[in-house]
Ligand binder design. Structure first.
Ligand SMILES: [Zn+2]
Length: 290
């Protein structure tokens, strides 16, 4: 666990997303939760040293951000869209247990009385928490998912970006809004911050925002070139999936087995966006692992 400022902590070594928390004069506010039940239990022990947990904020609906909510019986705050997709993202109990069996066999027994903890407080644009001396601003910044939010703590000069920032980790666009993502990176760039806690990868500063935007532009640019060259959808997707230059960053642990599927989902998603095809009928379940 890393102490980023006096009151802000994050963990970048768990499998899954980077969870964090803020200590306020009224209690602890958590940002996302560990995916592995055994990590969630460790996390609880760490957090309770610093105070009573008050709220969980989920930055998005993917499993690696929401599965661990269940181990903390406190209210969850998220974008309305994250609430709407919550159950589908988590999957059935059977699917969930199967996933935990794969990633945390020693923690499987902790799933026995598992009760999902979905968001009960939602917003669509902004929500501000005033907790003693702390102001915590939740800002809708579509990008990696349509419902992605940033958690900005001005008095600590820290922002948790969710998966809108991958620091030196493969960028995943399988549910992305790529054009909006670029705008959202601009908003983050204009925040008064010293530290960024990305969804994946090490804690960093604004220097990572340039390369993030360049990657999204490169991905969209390569696809646009293929579309402009008159290629059919299937040809475009195959070309993009086969382009080594788009997959140079390291993969998060355990993703190798899924990378083929994810590359294809990414290409389909961005193709839809660039060619403005309706997303209707696209099955989203199973796209929710990171
Ligand atoms: Zn994600």
């Amino acid at each position: 666990m890393e102490r980023i400022t006096r009151n802000v902590f994050a963990e970048t070594a768990f499998r899954g997303c980077n969870p964090g928390f803020i200590i306020t004069g009224q209690g602890v506010v958590m940002i996302d939760t560990p995916q592995r039940p055994s990590d969630a239990i460790k996390w609880k022990d760490e957090i309770t040293k610093y105070g009573q947990p008050l709220y969980i904020i989920n930055t998005e609906n993917h499993q690696d951000h929401i599965t661990g909510n269940a181990f903390f019986p406190i209210p969850v705050i998220a974008h309305q869209g994250t609430k709407d997709l919550f159950s589908m993202s988590l999957g059935s109990m059977e699917e969930l247990k199967q996933r935990i069996q794969e990633i945390d066999p020693d923690g499987l027994h902790l799933m026995e009385n598992y009760q999902p903890n979905p968001p009960t407080i939602t917003f669509t644009h902004r929500l501000t928490l005033y907790l003693a001396e702390h102001i915590i601003e939740l800002i809708h910044l579509p990008g990696h998912t349509p419902n992605e939010i940033a958690v900005y703590i001005p008095n600590e000069k820290v922002v948790f970006t969710g998966d809108n920032v991958f620091n030196n980790i493969q960028v995943f666009l399988h549910q992305a809004k790529p054009k909006e993502w670029l705008n959202s990176l601009e908003v983050i760039k204009n925040m008064e911050i010293d530290h960024i806690v990305p969804g994946h990868g090490e804690v960093c500063g604004k220097e990572v925002l340039g390369p993030m935007g360049e990657y999204i532009e490169m991905y969209m640019g390569e696809m646009q070139k293929a579309i402009d060259a008159g290629m059919e959808k299937e040809e475009v997707i195959e070309k993009i999936c086969g382009m080594e230059s788009l997959y140079q960053r390291p993969l998060p642990p355990g993703i190798e087995a899924y990378i083929h599927m994810i590359k294809r989902m990414m290409a389909e998603r961005v193709y839809e966006d660039l060619s403005a095809l309706p997303a209707a009928g696209r099955r989203q379940a199973g796209l929710t692992i990171l």
